[in-house]
Design a protein around this ligand. Structure first.
Ligand code: C2E
Ligand code: MG
Ligand code: MG
Length: 672
C-alpha cells in the first residue's frame, strides 16, 4: 500500500512536470506560429518578385509588338507597361520587400542599379514612336539588363519564399510531433494515474475495513484480559461507574463488590513457573465465570490484576445472600486444581463490600480490597466483610509497606535476643534472635506484622539475610556454650538460595555452624516437602541445628515429626498459657514431649510467663524453656544483664538442682 502511494505520488509529480512542459512547448509553438505568420508575410515579396517578372514580360511583349507594327496603340501599350514597371520599382522600396532585399547586399545593389537605369530609360519608353531603329535597338539592349535584374531578384524572391515555407513547415511539424508525444504521454499518465487511483481506492477501502476491524479488536482487547478473556480493570471501572451512578439513596439499588485473591499464587509461579501460573489463572477464571453464571444477581466478573479478581453483584436483596455467594465462590476456588498433570491446592480469600445508602459507592472497590487484605492477614482462605474500622488497619499497613524497604536497606531492623533456659542446668542454653523495628511514625511494629508484609512483597529475603548476618556476628561475643537461633521464613526457601546465604554468612562471620539454629515453621513442610527436607538435611550436614517452631498451631501434623530429624521442637505459647489451668493442655504437651523424646528431639517450650507454667513444663519433660519469666527479648548490649537475670530466675525455681523431674537430655535418654 505504501509502495503504491509512492508510485502514485511519483506519477503525479511526473504528470505535473509533463503538463508544465506541454504548456511551455505549446506557448513555444504559438510563438513559433506567430513568427511563421510574420515570416509568411514574406510571401508578399514572392508575389512582388513574381509580378515584377510578369510585368517585364508584358513590357517586352508590348515593345516587340510596337517594333513589328509601329502602331501608335502598341506605343501606348509600351508607355503603359513602362509605368507599371516604374511603379514596381517603387514597390521594391516598400518596407515588406526591403527586408528581403536586406538579406543579400548584392540583391539591393542589383535592384538599385536597375532602378537607376530604368529611370533613364523610362522617358524613352514613353516616346518610342520618335525613336529611330538604332535608338530602339539600344533601348532594347539596355532594357534587357534591367529585365535581367528584375527577373533574377523576382526568381530569388520566389525561391526564398518556397524554401522558407518548407523550413517553417518542418519546424511546425517537429513541434507538433513533440506536442503529440507529450499529449500521448499525458493521456497515458492520466490513464495510469486513474488505474493506480482505482487500485489505491480499493486498497484504501480494504485498509479502512481493516482499521475498523482493528478498532473493534482493539476495543475488545482494551476491555478484556488477554489471558482469561474476562473483562479487565478498565471494563470493570466503566461498568462499576455506571452501576454506582444508579445507586442513589434508595435501599432498593445497592451493589456489592467481591474482591477475590488467590492464596499462595506467588508460590505456584515461583515453584512451578509462569506457564503453570497462567494455566491456574485460566482455570480460576473459568470456575468464577461458571459459578457467577448461576447467580441471578451477577453483574460482572473481571480480572483486575495478577491473581486479583472482582465480582460485582446486585445487592438489592438480602445481604446474607451476598455472603453465601462469596463463600460459595471461595469454596469453588479452593477445590483441587489439575495443572500440568499435577494436583494443586490453592486457597482463595474474599473481601466483601456492600454499598450503603448515603455513602459514596465509588469507594466500594477499595473497601472490598481492604476487607480482602484483612481476610488474608487473619489467616487467609476466608470471606471477610468490610468494616469501617478496617480503614485504620489498612492505612497502617500501607504506611508499614511504604517504609519497610528503606528500613531494611538502612539496617534499621535489628535483632533483639531472648534467652532460652536449660532446665537441667539452670543455665542459658541459647538465645533467639527476634527482629525489632521502630517505624518513624507508628513507633515499634511487631515482627509478626512486618514480617508478614515483608513476605508478601518478597522483602523478607533481604530482611532475613540482614538479621542472620547480625545475629551470627553478635553471637561471636556470647559465651562459648550459648548458641543463637534465627527464624527463617518459608518464602526465603523459595526466593533465596538459602543454603548459599547461610554458608556465606557463617564463612564471613566465622561463627561455628554448631552454634547456629535455624527455626522454621510447618508451612515450609506443607508443599514441596521433599525439597524442604533436602535443604534442611544439607543444613544439618553443615552442622547447623534445625528447630520446628510454633508446634501445636496450624495443622501441626505429627507426620512432620518423622519426615525430618529435627534437633529441636518448640511448643507454641498457646499450649503453655493453658498449662496451669487446663489438664488437657498439660497432657497434650506431655504427649508431644514424650513423642519428641522417642524420636530424639529436644523440646523447648515458648512463652512461659509464670513459675506455675514452668513447673508444669518441667513436669512435662521440656528440656528448654523460653519466656518472659526468664526475660524478654533485649538489645545486644543488654544481653549480659538479661543472662544474669535469667540465671537468677532459674535459681529461684531451683532449676539445675536434681529434683527428679524429667530433665534429662532427650538425646542421652534415647542413646540409653
Ligand atoms: P517466634 O519465632 O515464635 O518467636 C517467639 C515470639 O514469642 C516472640 O515474639 C517473642 O517475643 C514472644 N514471646 C516469647 N516469650 C513470651 C512470653 O512469655 N509471653 C509472650 N506474650 N510472648 C513471648 P515476637 O518477637 O513478637 O516475634 C513474633 C514472630 O515473628 C516470631 O515468632 C517469628 O515467627 C517472627 N519473627 C521474629 N523475628 C523474625 C525474623 O528475624 N525472621 C522471621 N522470618 N520471622 C521473625
Ligand atoms: Mg522462633
Ligand atoms: Mg514460636
Amino acid at each position: 500500500m505504501r509502495r503504491l502511494t509512492s508510485v502514485f505520488n511519483f506519477i503525479a509529480v511526473a504528470m505535473t512536470v509533463a503538463l508544465l512542459t506541454i504548456i511551455v512547448v505549446h506557448t513555444n509553438l504559438v510563438t513559433a506560429t506567430e513568427q511563421a505568420m510574420q515570416r509568411s508575410s514574406r510571401y508578399d515579396s514572392a508575389w512582388v518578385g513574381a509580378a515584377g517578372r510578369m510585368e517585364i514580360l508584358y513590357l517586352q511583349k508590348a515593345l516587340g509588338n510596337f517594333l513589328v507594327s509601329k502602331d501608335r496603340r502598341d506605343a501606348d501599350q509600351v508607355a503603359l507597361f513602362s509605368e507599371i514597371l516604374a511603379n514596381r520599382f517603387s514597390i521594391y522600396n516598400a518596407p515588406g520587400f526591403q527586408a528581403f532585399m536586406d538579406m543579400k547586399p548584392k540583391r539591393r545593389h542589383l535592384i538599385e542599379t536597375a532602378a537607376v537605369e530604368y529611370g533613364e530609360l523610362r522617358p524613352l519608353l514613353h516616346a518610342v514612336e520618335t525613336l529611330d531603329a538604332p535608338a530602339l535597338a539600344a533601348l532594347r539592349q539596355k532594357l534587357e539588363r534591367v529585365f535581367a535584374a528584375v527577373d533574377r531578384v523576382g526568381a530569388e524572391a520566389q525561391a526564398d519564399s518556397v524554401n522558407e515555407a518548407a523550413q517553417i513547415r518542418a519546424e511546425m511539424q517537429a513541434k507538433q510531433k513533440l506536442q503529440t508525444w507529450l499529449v500521448s504521454g499525458l493521456f497515458g499518465s492520466i490513464a495510469l494515474l486513474l488505474g493506480i487511483s482505482t487500485l489505491q481506492n480499493r486498497f484504501l477501502r480494504s485498509a479502512t475495513r481493516t482499521a475498523l476491524r482493528s478498532a473493534v479488536d482493539f476495543s475488545y482487547l482494551a476491555h478484556h484480559d488477554s489471558l482469561t478473556g474476562l473483562p479487565n480493570r478498565m471494563a470493570f471501572t466503566a461498568e462499576f461507574a455506571r452501576a454506582a451512578a444508579s445507586c442513589g439513596d434508595c435501599e432498593c439499588t445497592r451493589i456489592a463488590v467481591l474482591a477475590v485473591d488467590l492464596d499462595g499464587f506467588k508460590n505456584v509461579n515461583d515453584r512451578l513457573g509462569h506457564a503453570a501460573g497462567d494455566a491456574l489463572l485460566k482455570e480460576v477464571a473459568e470456575r468464577m465465570t461458571r459459578t457467577c453464571a448461576t447467580f441471578e444477581n451477577n453483574l460482572l466478573t473481571a480480572r483486575i490484576g495478577g491473581d486479583e479478581f472482582v465480582v460485582m453483584l446486585d445487592a438489592s436483596g438480602d445481604a446474607a445472600l451476598i455472603f453465601a455467594q462469596a463463600e460459595q465462590l471461595r469454596a469453588v476456588l479452593s477445590e483441587t486444581y489439575a495443572i500440568e498433570g499435577s494436583s494443586l491446592i490453592v486457597g482463595a480469600s474474599v473481601g466483601v463490600a456492600i454499598s450503603v445508602p448515603g455513602r459514596d459507592p465509588n469507594s466500594l472497590l477499595i473497601d472490598a480490597d481492604i476487607a480482602l487484605s484483612q481476610a488474608k492477614g487473619s489467616g487467609k482462605g476466608r470471606v471477610m466483610e468490610f468494616d469501617p474500622a478496617m480503614h485504620d488497619i489498612f492505612i497502617r499497613r500501607a504506611s508499614i509497606e511504604a517504609e519497610l524497604a528503606s528500613a531494611i536497606a538502612k539496617d534499621e531492623i535489628i535483632p533483639h535476643y531472648q534467652i532460652k533456659m536449660d532446665v537441667a542446668s539452670g543455665r542459658v542454653r541459647g538465645v533467639e534472635a527476634l527482629a525489632r523495628w521502630t517505624h518513624p511514625t507508628l513507633g515499634p511494629v511487631s515482627p509478626g506484622e512486618f514480617t508478614r508484609i515483608a513476605e508478601e512483597s518478597g522483602l523478607i529475603v533481604a530482611l532475613g539475610r540482614n538479621v542472620l548476618q547480625r545475629a551470627c556476628r553478635d553471637a561471636l561475643c556470647f559465651p562459648e556454650e550459648v548458641g543463637v537461633a534465627v527464624n527463617l521464613s518459608a518464602i526465603q526457601f523459595i526466593r533465596d538460595d538459602i543454603l548459599g546465604t547461610v554458608r556465606d554468612v557463617l564463612d564471613a562471620t566465622g561463627l561455628p555452624a554448631h552454634r547456629l539454629t535455624l527455626e522454621v515453621t510447618e508451612t515450609l513442610m506443607i508443599s514441596e516437602t521433599d525439597r524442604a527436607v533436602d535443604i534442611l538435611s544439607r543444613f544439618r550436614d553443615m552442622g547447623v541445628s534445625i528447630a520446628l517452631d510454633d508446634f501445636g498451631t496450624g495443622y501441626s501434623a505429627l507426620s512432620y515429626l518423622r519426615q525430618f530429624p529435627w534437633d529441636e521442637l518448640k511448643i507454641d505459647r498457646a499450649f503453655v498459657m493453658e498449662m496451669e489451668t487446663d489438664e488437657r493442655a498439660r497432657s497434650i504437651v506431655g504427649s508431644i514431649a514424650a513423642m519428641a523424646h522417642q524420636l530424639g528431639i529436644n523440646v523447648t517450650a515458648e512463652g512461659a510467663e509464670t513459675p506455675g507454667q514452668i513447673e508444669a513444663l518441667r513436669d512435662a519433660g521440656c528440656e528448654t524453656i523460653q519466656g518472659y519469666h526468664f526475660g524478654r527479648p533485649v538489645p545486644f548490649d543488654d544481653l549480659p544483664r538479661a543472662i544474669l537475670h535469667g540465671v537468677a530466675a532459674a535459681a529461684r525455681l531451683h532449676m539445675g538442682e536434681a529434683t527428679g523431674h524429667g530433665r534429662t537430655d532427650a538425646r542421652r535418654r534415647l542413646s540409653a
